[in-house]
Design a protein around this ligand. Structure first.
Ligand SMILES: *[C@@H]1O[C@H](CO)[C@@H](O)[C@H](O)[C@H]1NC(C)=O
Ligand SMILES: *[C@@H]1O[C@H](CO)[C@@H](O)[C@H](O)[C@H]1NC(C)=O
Ligand SMILES: *[C@@H]1O[C@H](CO)[C@@H](O)[C@H](O)[C@H]1NC(C)=O
Length: 370
């Protein structure tokens, strides 16, 4: 049964891909709204005074334009930055940097926030972060502001044609369920927990649909058991197999959710962006992609928090490392993954823009897909 569902999904995903246009001079530029966690954040948490989930200090951003920290949780660009650049559009700015009165909100926004999860209680110990619920509420406000500007019909058309990228769920494991002292870890079995995540996500995606979202791309989880912060929990620095199984289970259930949503919301175009196996291959065969190290991070994060602090020591060559800190891929790894996503999801011809960052790699041969 599960196998059948996955197959049905593959057909659905292919049908959907063709409908999402790649950048093309004949087409108006693509409007994008981004939701998620620290893998996609571009600086919202800088606006949250008490948030402990911040990265607005060195060495973050060392390979970004100008070498400055922006609130991105990596040394350079996020996957979203790189895909935006391939689409020929600016990377949408943090929504908290935009005033609702400005016309800038007509050009897309990024609602992602480090520490955020599907569940309200995820990332509680960061004091402040925009949970997925908060992000959708913020988009609701954007929606109202755009309606006030353009009128309902034009606003609906704008949202219906926009692409909504959503990447969330890692923190529900890493900063919630995998922390034995938190209530959710004590209260739920892994099966109950994934059901709770998926049923919550069902409501959240349905709400985005009610707010006008039609083209939604959900980026699934990577092999969370292989990130440096999890590896250090094993005796010999290996990937935690159990954690990887949970990530796979989450991905499989979200794929089924998208199939079920598609039945209930007939005009929705839902795509599951699955990079689990690409990330795992990058980790298992770093040399095939020009990397040298994938079992530890470039920034030597001895601290409990796992972030790269100003007094941390950096590796010599940042393009040789898959991971930047204990949680987040490096700019170079993001470039490989963005290439992968772009070539599978945005299938039509495109003219890639040059990489803006000195940390980026000019080109990666595609690794054969298994
Ligand atoms: C999460 O928080 C929002 C308010 O931010 C609330 O409306 C919602 O009911 C909460 N969800 C759950 C499951 O508690
Ligand atoms: C990473 O792998 C290398 C061998 O490829 C090994 O020498 C090193 O100890 C490992 N590092 C960690 C932190 O596990
Ligand atoms: C960094 O590593 C990459 C990949 O191994 C290599 O191509 C590049 O020359 C190195 N840069 C320096 C400054 O050593």
């Amino acid at each position: 049964m599960a196998r059948l569902n996955v197959l049905a999904f593959a057909v659905l995903a292919m049908a959907t891909m063709a409908a999402i246009p790649a950048a093309d001079s004949a087409q108006p530029s693509l409007l994008t709204f981004i939701f998620g966690d620290s893998l996609t954040e571009v600086g919202n948490n800088n606006f949250l005074q008490y948030s402990l989930a911040k990265s607005n200090y060195p060495w973050y951003g060392i390979d970004y334009k100008g070498g400055q920290a922006t609130g991105r949780f990596t040394n350079g660009r996020t996957i979203g930055d790189i895909i935006s650049s391939k689409l020929g559009i600016p990377s949408p700015p943090p929504h908290l940097s935009l005033s609702k009165a400005e016309d800038a909100i007509l050009k897309g926004a990024n609602y992602a926030s480090g520490g955020a999860g599907i569940l309200n209680e995820t990332g509680l110990y960061f004091i402040q972060r925009l949970t997925f619920e908060d992000q959708i509420n913020a988009f609701d406000k954007t929606n109202q502001a755009v309606k006030a500007k353009l009128g309902g019909v034009a606003a609906d058309k704008l949202f219906n044609e926009a692409v909504f990228f959503i990447g969330i769920g890692s923190n529900d494991y890493v900063n919630n369920f995998l922390q034995p002292f938190l209530a959710d870890a004590q209260q739920y079995t892994p099966e109950e927990f994934v059901e709770l995540l998926v049923s919550t996500l069902d409501h959240q995606l349905s709400r985005l649909y009610q707010l006008g979202a039609r083209k939604m791309m959900f980026h699934g989880l990577g092999p969370l058991g292989c990130i440096p912060s999890q590896r250090v929990k094993s005796k010999r620095g290996e990937c935690l197999k159990q954690v990887n199984r949970w990530a796979l289970q989450f991905n499989s259930k979200v794929k089924n959710l998208l199939i079920s949503l598609k039945r209930r919301l007939p005009t929705a175009q839902l795509t599951f962006v699955d990079t689990y196996h690409d990330v795992l291959d990058l980790i298992n065969n770093p040399g095939a992609y020009g990397f040298k190290v994938s079992n530890t991070s470039c920034c030597n994060v001895a601290s409990l928090g796992g972030l790269c602090l100003p007094n941390s020591k950096l590796c010599k060559n940042r393009t040789e490392f898959v991971f930047w800190d204990a949680f987040h891929p490096s700019d170079a790894a993001n470039a490989v993954l963005a290439d992968r996503i772009f070539s599978t999801v945005f299938s039509q011809s495109h003219s890639p823009s040059p990489a803006p960052s000195s940390g980026g790699r000019p080109h990666h041969p595609h690794h054969p897909h298994h």
